[in-house]
Design a protein around this ligand. Structure first.
Ligand code: FES
Length: 109
């Protein structure tokens, strides 16, 4: 078994998604059709940096690219962060892939 499932709340988008097993927060959002900023996806570039407003995370890698004071201030890297409880993040750049956007793309516009 893969253990507990937690929820990920994304603000200010006001969406809550389920985080399955050891999925990163970035992967969980993506699986639910929500795009978060990202680039390297391995915890080094900091493109995904956002604030954790509630809950706890653990990291897939030993040294994510965060300073100790950034961690203490609640900044996380969701590409390598795994939920250790129900969590809420603040990411104003988050966007939802809408059905309208998918239709437009499929028509080749
Ligand atoms: S995408 Fe590069 S640190 Fe998260």
């Amino acid at each position: 078994m893969t253990g507990r499932r937690f929820t990920l709340r994304i603000e200010p988008l006001a969406r809550t998604v389920e985080v399955a097993g050891d999925a990163s927060l970035l992967e969980a959002a993506s699986q639910a059709g929500i795009r978060l900023p990202s680039s390297c996806r391995n915890g080094t570039c900091r493109a995904c940096l956002c604030r954790l407003s509630s809950g706890e995370v653990r990291y897939r890698i030993e040294w994510p690219g965060l300073a100790a004071d950034e961690k203490a201030d609640g900044w996380i890297l969701p590409c390598v962060a795994v939920a250790a409880s129900d969590v809420t993040i603040e990411q104003p750049a988050a966007s939802e892939e809408t059905a309208a956007a998918r239709r437009v793309n499929s028509r080749g516009f």
